[in-house]
Design a protein around this ligand. Structure first.
Ligand code: ADP
Ligand code: MG
Length: 263
């Protein structure tokens, strides 16, 4: 009796899991050249709703270039990319819609130095989403609280630590209410003692179910937060695996070599 019930539950869980697989990003055989340099050599990846995918790989392997194609910061010459059902490259209208849905956080925080923290966050929602100031401000203050820097709202970026600035950058991206967040080495420019506060914010986002693509070499984060880890090398995806498998039992020589360098 009990085992039958367990089985039924298992089947139902499986069924609801598979029906919940909703692709938010589908990249298929993406190729890109910088002049004659073949930087993306047929890269394919699907990211489902709520999934956290970490991209690792040596410097120059094309991680940033690949991630930046997802919100049309980089173009590409072959293949297709579909974001939340919208095909990139079809129409300019799609690019605008996709940029509203895909937030991005960079290694260099790229805040506007002459605007306060609050103004940095309210600017895009007011311009792009057409929100009135009170609404933009209310949302911004909630986000500042969420990333733990509400007391800094009226300061300028130059008055904040690197970790605080990066949390402002995250709040600014979230203010557009994106469905997907891209992070490109968000902690690489930070002093070691500030890495954690930024990773904690990202972990919180993941726990809330945000769909995330994170380029990072933070092994602890990748191990604990990633659903899957992608290893890129020479413009190709070499290996995709769940963290346990990726770190304990990598299939490919290049993954082992890469891990031996960072672990
Ligand atoms: P990663 O993020 O993995 O370090 P990138 O995507 O930044 O790698 O870069 C991949 C390769 O493309 C590198 O060899 C880099 O020098 C080259 N590259 C990046 N941007 C440009 C550009 N605008 N023009 C020419 N080459 C570029
Ligand atoms: Mg990079």
């Amino acid at each position: 009796q009990e085992s039958v019930q367990n089985k039924t539950e298992a089947v139902m869980t499986e069924a609801s899991d598979s029906s919940a697989d909703e692709p938010m990003i589908i990249a298929t055989e993406v190729h890109k050249w910088y002049g004659s340099f073949h930087v993306l050599q047929g890269v394919s990846l699907t990211v489902n709703r709520g999934e956290v995918v970490v991209i690792m790989g040596p410097s120059g392997s094309g991680k940033s270039t690949f991630a930046r194609t997802f919100n049309a910061l980089e173009d590409y010459q072959r293949g297709t990319i579909t974001i939340d059902g919208m095909k990139l490259g079809d129409r300019q209208g799609n690019v605008d819609a996709i940029r509203r849905e895909v937030g991005m956080v960079f290694q260099q925080f790229n805040l506007f130095p002459h605007l306060t923290v609050l103004q940095n966050i309210t600017l895009a929602p007011m311009w792009v989403r057409g929100w009135k100031k009170p609404k933009a401000k209310e949302v911004a203050l909630q986000l500042l609280e969420r990333v733990g820097i509400l007391p800094q709202a009226s300061k300028f970026p130059g008055q904040l630590s690197g970790g605080q600035q990066q949390r402002v950058a995250i709040a600014r991206a979230l203010a557009m209410q994106p469905k997907i967040m891209l992070f490109d080495e968000p902690t690489s420019a930070l002093d070691p003692e500030m890495v954690r506060e930024v990773l904690d914010v990202m972990r919180g986002l993941a726990d809330d179910g945000m769909t995330m693509v994170v380029v990072t070499h933070e092994v602890g984060f990748a191990r604990e937060v990633a659903d899957r880890i992608v290893l890129m090398d020479d413009g190709m995806i070499v290996e995709v695996a769940e963290p346990q498998e990726f770190f304990q039992n990598p299939k490919h020589e290049r993954t082992r070599k890469f891990l031996s360098q960072i672990l």
